[in-house]
Ligand binder design. Structure first.
Ligand SMILES: Nc1ncnc2c1ncn2[C@@H]1O[C@H](COP(=O)(O)OP(=O)(O)O)[C@@H](O)[C@H]1O
Ligand SMILES: [Mg+2]
Length: 389
Protein backbone atom coordinates (compact mmCIF):
# COMPACT_ATOMS: atom_id res chain seq x y z
CA UNK A 1 0.00 0.00 0.00
CA UNK A 2 1.32 3.42 -0.88
CA UNK A 3 0.80 6.18 1.67
CA UNK A 4 2.41 9.55 1.98
CA UNK A 5 2.57 9.33 5.73
CA UNK A 6 6.13 9.07 6.96
CA UNK A 7 6.63 5.68 8.68
CA UNK A 8 9.20 7.17 11.10
CA UNK A 9 8.58 9.56 13.97
CA UNK A 10 11.08 11.56 15.94
CA UNK A 11 8.90 13.93 17.92
CA UNK A 12 8.11 13.00 21.45
CA UNK A 13 7.90 9.41 22.52
CA UNK A 14 6.95 6.75 20.01
CA UNK A 15 4.45 3.93 20.43
CA UNK A 16 2.63 1.29 18.38
CA UNK A 17 4.04 0.66 14.90
CA UNK A 18 6.52 3.49 15.28
CA UNK A 19 8.15 1.59 18.12
CA UNK A 20 10.29 -1.49 17.61
CA UNK A 21 12.20 -4.07 19.67
CA UNK A 22 13.31 -3.51 23.30
CA UNK A 23 11.77 -6.86 24.18
CA UNK A 24 14.14 -7.61 27.06
CA UNK A 25 14.13 -4.08 28.40
CA UNK A 26 10.31 -3.96 28.39
CA UNK A 27 10.13 -7.29 30.20
CA UNK A 28 12.57 -6.10 32.86
CA UNK A 29 10.73 -2.79 33.38
CA UNK A 30 7.29 -4.44 33.49
CA UNK A 31 8.55 -6.99 35.99
CA UNK A 32 9.62 -4.09 38.23
CA UNK A 33 6.19 -2.46 37.80
CA UNK A 34 4.47 -5.62 38.99
CA UNK A 35 6.59 -6.09 42.09
CA UNK A 36 5.64 -3.71 44.94
CA UNK A 37 8.67 -2.00 46.47
CA UNK A 38 10.98 -3.05 43.60
CA UNK A 39 13.40 -0.41 42.38
CA UNK A 40 15.15 -0.25 39.05
CA UNK A 41 17.63 2.24 37.69
CA UNK A 42 17.52 2.57 33.89
CA UNK A 43 20.47 4.45 32.49
CA UNK A 44 21.99 5.06 29.10
CA UNK A 45 22.89 7.88 26.71
CA UNK A 46 20.40 10.50 25.54
CA UNK A 47 18.31 9.70 22.45
CA UNK A 48 18.73 5.96 22.97
CA UNK A 49 15.00 5.44 23.49
CA UNK A 50 14.60 5.18 27.28
CA UNK A 51 11.51 7.37 27.58
CA UNK A 52 9.82 5.67 24.64
CA UNK A 53 10.42 2.25 26.17
CA UNK A 54 9.18 3.44 29.58
CA UNK A 55 5.98 4.82 28.06
CA UNK A 56 5.46 1.59 26.17
CA UNK A 57 5.93 -0.39 29.39
CA UNK A 58 3.45 1.90 31.18
CA UNK A 59 0.83 1.35 28.46
CA UNK A 60 1.31 -2.41 28.68
CA UNK A 61 1.16 -2.39 32.48
CA UNK A 62 -2.10 -0.44 32.37
CA UNK A 63 -3.55 -2.91 29.86
CA UNK A 64 -2.93 -5.59 32.49
CA UNK A 65 -4.86 -3.63 35.10
CA UNK A 66 -1.95 -1.89 36.81
CA UNK A 67 -1.36 1.80 37.34
CA UNK A 68 1.88 3.50 36.33
CA UNK A 69 2.92 6.99 35.43
CA UNK A 70 6.00 8.94 34.41
CA UNK A 71 7.24 12.19 35.86
CA UNK A 72 9.88 14.14 33.91
CA UNK A 73 12.32 15.67 36.36
CA UNK A 74 14.43 17.36 33.67
CA UNK A 75 12.00 20.21 33.03
CA UNK A 76 11.34 20.90 36.72
CA UNK A 77 13.12 23.81 38.41
CA UNK A 78 12.09 23.24 42.02
CA UNK A 79 11.30 20.26 44.23
CA UNK A 80 7.71 21.48 44.41
CA UNK A 81 7.49 21.14 40.62
CA UNK A 82 8.24 17.42 40.99
CA UNK A 83 5.64 17.10 43.74
CA UNK A 84 3.11 18.81 41.50
CA UNK A 85 3.90 16.59 38.55
CA UNK A 86 3.51 13.50 40.72
CA UNK A 87 0.17 14.85 41.93
CA UNK A 88 -1.08 15.57 38.44
CA UNK A 89 0.12 12.30 36.96
CA UNK A 90 -1.18 10.29 39.90
CA UNK A 91 -4.48 12.16 39.72
CA UNK A 92 -4.86 11.29 36.04
CA UNK A 93 -3.70 7.69 36.31
CA UNK A 94 -5.79 6.93 39.40
CA UNK A 95 -8.77 8.89 38.13
CA UNK A 96 -8.87 6.80 34.98
CA UNK A 97 -9.16 3.75 37.17
CA UNK A 98 -11.43 4.94 39.94
CA UNK A 99 -13.65 7.95 39.66
CA UNK A 100 -13.74 8.27 43.45
CA UNK A 101 -9.98 8.20 43.83
CA UNK A 102 -9.16 11.88 43.75
CA UNK A 103 -10.99 12.99 46.87
CA UNK A 104 -9.54 10.09 48.77
CA UNK A 105 -6.06 10.84 47.50
CA UNK A 106 -6.28 14.54 48.23
CA UNK A 107 -7.53 14.06 51.78
CA UNK A 108 -4.55 11.85 52.54
CA UNK A 109 -2.00 14.43 51.58
CA UNK A 110 -2.71 17.00 54.25
CA UNK A 111 -1.45 19.83 52.06
CA UNK A 112 -3.33 22.75 50.62
CA UNK A 113 -4.36 21.78 47.13
CA UNK A 114 -6.29 23.33 44.34
CA UNK A 115 -8.38 21.18 42.04
CA UNK A 116 -9.04 21.93 38.41
CA UNK A 117 -10.58 19.89 35.60
CA UNK A 118 -8.25 18.53 32.93
CA UNK A 119 -9.20 20.02 29.55
CA UNK A 120 -9.06 16.77 27.59
CA UNK A 121 -10.33 14.15 30.03
CA UNK A 122 -12.55 16.23 32.31
CA UNK A 123 -10.95 14.52 35.30
CA UNK A 124 -10.21 16.67 38.32
CA UNK A 125 -6.49 17.23 38.69
CA UNK A 126 -4.95 18.32 42.00
CA UNK A 127 -2.02 20.72 42.32
CA UNK A 128 -0.09 22.36 45.13
CA UNK A 129 -0.12 26.03 45.95
CA UNK A 130 2.21 27.95 43.64
CA UNK A 131 3.55 29.89 46.62
CA UNK A 132 5.27 26.72 47.77
CA UNK A 133 7.75 27.17 44.91
CA UNK A 134 9.45 29.92 46.88
CA UNK A 135 9.32 28.14 50.25
CA UNK A 136 12.40 26.68 51.94
CA UNK A 137 14.05 23.56 50.53
CA UNK A 138 12.99 21.74 53.66
CA UNK A 139 9.31 22.59 53.14
CA UNK A 140 9.57 21.62 49.51
CA UNK A 141 11.16 18.28 50.39
CA UNK A 142 8.34 17.68 52.84
CA UNK A 143 5.63 18.30 50.23
CA UNK A 144 7.32 15.91 47.81
CA UNK A 145 7.58 13.32 50.59
CA UNK A 146 3.93 13.71 51.59
CA UNK A 147 2.79 13.42 48.00
CA UNK A 148 4.72 10.21 47.40
CA UNK A 149 3.57 8.83 50.78
CA UNK A 150 -0.03 9.43 49.75
CA UNK A 151 0.50 7.47 46.54
CA UNK A 152 1.99 4.61 48.54
CA UNK A 153 -0.93 4.62 51.00
CA UNK A 154 -3.38 4.62 48.12
CA UNK A 155 -1.66 1.64 46.48
CA UNK A 156 -1.80 -0.28 49.76
CA UNK A 157 -5.47 0.41 50.29
CA UNK A 158 -6.57 -0.41 46.74
CA UNK A 159 -4.21 -3.33 46.35
CA UNK A 160 -3.17 -2.33 42.91
CA UNK A 161 0.28 -2.62 41.45
CA UNK A 162 1.35 0.96 41.18
CA UNK A 163 4.59 2.20 39.68
CA UNK A 164 6.22 5.61 39.43
CA UNK A 165 8.86 6.40 36.83
CA UNK A 166 11.09 9.37 37.61
CA UNK A 167 12.63 10.24 34.24
CA UNK A 168 15.97 12.10 34.19
CA UNK A 169 15.97 11.72 37.98
CA UNK A 170 19.61 12.81 38.22
CA UNK A 171 18.42 16.38 37.63
CA UNK A 172 17.02 16.51 41.17
CA UNK A 173 20.49 17.44 42.39
CA UNK A 174 20.47 20.52 40.14
CA UNK A 175 17.84 22.33 42.19
CA UNK A 176 17.50 20.20 45.32
CA UNK A 177 21.15 19.55 46.07
CA UNK A 178 22.54 16.37 47.57
CA UNK A 179 20.20 16.65 50.55
CA UNK A 180 17.24 16.16 48.19
CA UNK A 181 18.91 13.05 46.79
CA UNK A 182 19.22 11.57 50.29
CA UNK A 183 15.69 12.57 51.13
CA UNK A 184 14.36 10.88 47.99
CA UNK A 185 16.31 7.75 48.84
CA UNK A 186 14.72 7.70 52.30
CA UNK A 187 11.22 7.98 50.88
CA UNK A 188 11.76 5.34 48.20
CA UNK A 189 13.17 2.89 50.73
CA UNK A 190 10.13 3.17 52.96
CA UNK A 191 7.54 2.53 50.31
CA UNK A 192 6.34 -1.06 50.21
CA UNK A 193 3.42 -0.71 47.82
CA UNK A 194 4.84 1.33 44.99
CA UNK A 195 7.63 0.30 42.67
CA UNK A 196 10.00 2.89 41.32
CA UNK A 197 11.92 3.15 38.09
CA UNK A 198 14.57 5.85 38.06
CA UNK A 199 15.76 6.67 34.55
CA UNK A 200 18.64 8.89 33.62
CA UNK A 201 20.89 10.00 30.80
CA UNK A 202 23.97 11.72 32.06
CA UNK A 203 26.47 8.98 32.73
CA UNK A 204 28.96 11.07 34.68
CA UNK A 205 26.31 12.42 37.07
CA UNK A 206 24.61 9.09 37.57
CA UNK A 207 27.87 7.28 38.21
CA UNK A 208 28.69 9.85 40.87
CA UNK A 209 25.28 9.38 42.53
CA UNK A 210 25.82 5.61 42.65
CA UNK A 211 29.27 5.74 44.28
CA UNK A 212 29.72 4.23 47.69
CA UNK A 213 28.73 6.78 50.31
CA UNK A 214 26.46 8.66 47.88
CA UNK A 215 22.68 8.86 47.96
CA UNK A 216 21.72 6.16 45.46
CA UNK A 217 24.38 3.59 46.31
CA UNK A 218 22.91 0.08 46.46
CA UNK A 219 19.31 1.34 46.25
CA UNK A 220 18.16 -0.23 43.00
CA UNK A 221 18.86 -2.89 40.42
CA UNK A 222 20.45 -1.53 37.27
CA UNK A 223 19.38 -1.81 33.64
CA UNK A 224 21.84 -0.42 31.16
CA UNK A 225 20.08 0.93 28.10
CA UNK A 226 22.25 0.44 25.01
CA UNK A 227 21.70 0.50 21.25
CA UNK A 228 19.09 -1.63 19.49
CA UNK A 229 20.79 -4.45 17.56
CA UNK A 230 21.99 -2.83 14.28
CA UNK A 231 20.81 -5.79 12.19
CA UNK A 232 17.32 -5.55 13.66
CA UNK A 233 17.21 -1.80 13.11
CA UNK A 234 18.36 -2.16 9.48
CA UNK A 235 15.65 -4.71 8.70
CA UNK A 236 12.98 -2.72 10.47
CA UNK A 237 13.83 0.39 8.45
CA UNK A 238 13.70 -1.51 5.15
CA UNK A 239 10.37 -3.08 6.13
CA UNK A 240 8.84 0.25 7.21
CA UNK A 241 10.00 1.98 4.03
CA UNK A 242 8.70 -0.83 1.87
CA UNK A 243 5.31 -0.94 3.56
CA UNK A 244 5.00 2.82 3.04
CA UNK A 245 5.66 2.37 -0.68
CA UNK A 246 9.41 2.93 -0.99
CA UNK A 247 11.45 0.00 -2.30
CA UNK A 248 14.47 -0.09 -0.08
CA UNK A 249 16.62 -3.20 0.03
CA UNK A 250 19.79 -2.50 2.00
CA UNK A 251 19.04 1.13 2.81
CA UNK A 252 18.42 0.31 6.48
CA UNK A 253 21.97 -0.97 6.96
CA UNK A 254 23.33 2.16 5.33
CA UNK A 255 21.21 4.38 7.60
CA UNK A 256 22.42 2.60 10.72
CA UNK A 257 26.05 2.89 9.71
CA UNK A 258 25.71 6.60 8.87
CA UNK A 259 23.78 7.54 12.02
CA UNK A 260 25.67 5.61 14.70
CA UNK A 261 24.23 3.90 17.78
CA UNK A 262 21.53 6.30 19.05
CA UNK A 263 18.02 5.26 18.11
CA UNK A 264 16.79 8.80 17.55
CA UNK A 265 19.64 9.64 15.16
CA UNK A 266 18.92 6.48 13.16
CA UNK A 267 15.19 7.19 12.95
CA UNK A 268 15.86 10.81 11.99
CA UNK A 269 17.99 9.75 9.01
CA UNK A 270 15.44 7.08 8.02
CA UNK A 271 12.66 9.66 8.17
CA UNK A 272 14.58 12.06 5.93
CA UNK A 273 15.33 9.20 3.52
CA UNK A 274 11.61 8.53 3.22
CA UNK A 275 10.87 12.20 2.52
CA UNK A 276 13.53 12.30 -0.20
CA UNK A 277 12.43 9.12 -1.90
CA UNK A 278 8.66 8.89 -1.39
CA UNK A 279 7.80 10.32 -4.80
CA UNK A 280 10.32 8.15 -6.67
CA UNK A 281 9.17 5.08 -4.76
CA UNK A 282 12.67 3.72 -4.38
CA UNK A 283 15.71 4.54 -2.23
CA UNK A 284 19.38 3.61 -2.41
CA UNK A 285 22.59 4.19 -0.45
CA UNK A 286 23.25 7.55 -2.13
CA UNK A 287 19.98 8.85 -0.66
CA UNK A 288 21.29 8.10 2.82
CA UNK A 289 24.31 10.39 2.42
CA UNK A 290 22.07 13.12 1.06
CA UNK A 291 19.62 12.61 3.91
CA UNK A 292 22.42 13.11 6.45
CA UNK A 293 23.49 16.27 4.60
CA UNK A 294 19.90 17.56 4.72
CA UNK A 295 19.84 17.12 8.49
CA UNK A 296 23.22 18.81 8.91
CA UNK A 297 21.97 21.72 6.81
CA UNK A 298 18.76 21.96 8.80
CA UNK A 299 20.71 21.99 12.08
CA UNK A 300 23.43 24.26 10.64
CA UNK A 301 22.52 27.52 12.37
CA UNK A 302 22.27 25.80 15.73
CA UNK A 303 25.51 23.91 15.24
CA UNK A 304 27.30 27.08 14.20
CA UNK A 305 26.05 28.89 17.30
CA UNK A 306 27.31 25.99 19.43
CA UNK A 307 30.69 26.14 17.70
CA UNK A 308 30.97 29.91 18.24
CA UNK A 309 30.35 29.43 21.95
CA UNK A 310 33.43 27.22 22.36
CA UNK A 311 37.00 28.26 23.13
CA UNK A 312 39.59 27.98 20.32
CA UNK A 313 41.20 25.04 22.12
CA UNK A 314 37.83 23.25 22.41
CA UNK A 315 37.21 23.90 18.71
CA UNK A 316 40.58 22.38 17.88
CA UNK A 317 39.79 19.35 20.03
CA UNK A 318 36.55 18.86 18.05
CA UNK A 319 38.43 19.19 14.75
CA UNK A 320 40.89 16.58 16.00
CA UNK A 321 38.18 14.16 17.16
CA UNK A 322 36.40 14.49 13.79
CA UNK A 323 39.57 13.73 11.83
CA UNK A 324 41.82 11.57 13.97
CA UNK A 325 42.25 7.81 13.93
CA UNK A 326 44.89 7.82 16.69
CA UNK A 327 45.20 9.09 20.26
CA UNK A 328 44.12 12.68 20.86
CA UNK A 329 47.06 13.47 23.15
CA UNK A 330 49.83 11.82 21.06
CA UNK A 331 52.47 14.38 20.24
CA UNK A 332 51.76 14.08 16.49
CA UNK A 333 48.05 14.80 17.13
CA UNK A 334 48.83 17.76 19.42
CA UNK A 335 51.09 19.28 16.73
CA UNK A 336 48.77 18.67 13.82
CA UNK A 337 45.75 20.28 15.47
CA UNK A 338 47.57 23.05 17.36
CA UNK A 339 46.49 21.66 20.71
CA UNK A 340 49.37 22.71 23.01
CA UNK A 341 49.99 20.49 26.04
CA UNK A 342 48.37 17.12 26.62
CA UNK A 343 47.07 18.32 30.02
CA UNK A 344 45.15 21.28 28.64
CA UNK A 345 43.86 19.13 25.76
CA UNK A 346 42.50 16.55 28.20
CA UNK A 347 40.84 19.34 30.22
CA UNK A 348 39.24 20.79 27.10
CA UNK A 349 37.99 17.32 26.09
CA UNK A 350 36.52 16.81 29.59
CA UNK A 351 34.70 20.13 29.35
CA UNK A 352 33.27 18.99 26.00
CA UNK A 353 32.14 15.72 27.59
CA UNK A 354 30.43 17.63 30.40
CA UNK A 355 28.72 19.93 27.92
CA UNK A 356 27.41 16.87 26.05
CA UNK A 357 29.30 17.44 22.79
CA UNK A 358 31.71 14.52 23.14
CA UNK A 359 31.48 11.15 24.82
CA UNK A 360 34.32 9.00 26.08
CA UNK A 361 34.77 6.12 23.65
CA UNK A 362 36.65 2.85 23.49
CA UNK A 363 38.33 3.81 20.20
CA UNK A 364 41.97 4.81 19.57
CA UNK A 365 41.07 8.54 19.82
CA UNK A 366 39.46 8.01 23.24
CA UNK A 367 36.49 10.27 22.38
CA UNK A 368 33.63 10.42 19.90
CA UNK A 369 31.02 13.01 19.00
CA UNK A 370 27.71 12.79 20.83
CA UNK A 371 25.90 13.75 17.62
CA UNK A 372 26.79 12.30 14.21
CA UNK A 373 25.37 15.50 12.68
CA UNK A 374 27.68 17.79 14.64
CA UNK A 375 30.58 15.55 13.67
CA UNK A 376 29.68 15.85 10.00
CA UNK A 377 29.24 19.62 10.30
CA UNK A 378 32.69 20.01 11.88
CA UNK A 379 34.16 17.83 9.13
CA UNK A 380 32.48 19.78 6.32
CA UNK A 381 32.87 23.27 7.71
CA UNK A 382 36.06 23.48 9.72
CA UNK A 383 38.54 20.82 8.65
CA UNK A 384 39.75 22.85 5.69
CA UNK A 385 41.72 24.92 8.23
CA UNK A 386 43.97 22.10 9.33
CA UNK A 387 46.57 20.14 7.44
CA UNK A 388 45.24 16.75 6.47
CA UNK A 389 47.66 13.96 7.15
N1 LIG B 1 12.15 1.38 20.26
C1 LIG B 1 12.11 2.38 19.36
N2 LIG B 1 11.63 2.16 18.11
C2 LIG B 1 11.61 3.16 17.20
N3 LIG B 1 12.06 4.41 17.43
C3 LIG B 1 12.53 4.69 18.65
C4 LIG B 1 12.59 3.70 19.68
N4 LIG B 1 13.12 4.25 20.77
C5 LIG B 1 13.40 5.53 20.46
N5 LIG B 1 13.06 5.80 19.19
C6 LIG B 1 13.26 7.08 18.49
O1 LIG B 1 14.15 7.88 19.26
C7 LIG B 1 13.50 9.08 19.70
C8 LIG B 1 14.02 9.48 21.06
O2 LIG B 1 13.71 8.48 21.98
P1 LIG B 1 13.53 8.78 23.55
O3 LIG B 1 12.71 7.67 24.06
O4 LIG B 1 13.05 10.16 23.78
O5 LIG B 1 15.05 8.65 24.04
P2 LIG B 1 15.72 8.95 25.46
O6 LIG B 1 14.63 9.00 26.48
O7 LIG B 1 16.69 7.82 25.69
O8 LIG B 1 16.45 10.26 25.31
C9 LIG B 1 12.04 8.77 19.60
O9 LIG B 1 11.27 9.94 19.42
C10 LIG B 1 11.99 7.89 18.36
O10 LIG B 1 12.10 8.66 17.18
MG1 LIG C 1 14.14 10.60 27.71
Amino acid sequence: MITDENPFRVHGVVTEDFFTDRVEELARIERTFREPSAKLMVYGPRRMGKTSALMQAIARHEQQGGVAFLVDVSTASALVDIANRVLEAAGRALGRKWRDAIGDFVSRIGLKLSLSPDATTGLVVPSLDLELRSSSLEDQRRSLGQTLDAVDAMARQRQVSLAIVLDEFQEIGRFGGESAEWHLRGILQQHQHVSYVLAGSQAHIIERMLDKGRAFYGLADHLHFGPIDPGHMAQWIDARLTSAGVKAAGVGAEVVSAAGPRTRDIVLVARQCFDRSASAGTADAAEVTLAVDDIVTAQGALLEATWMGLTPLQQNVLRAVAALTEGLTRSSSLRRFGLGSSGSTTNAASALVHAGHLVKAANPVGYAFDSPFFRRWVEQTTLGDVVRG
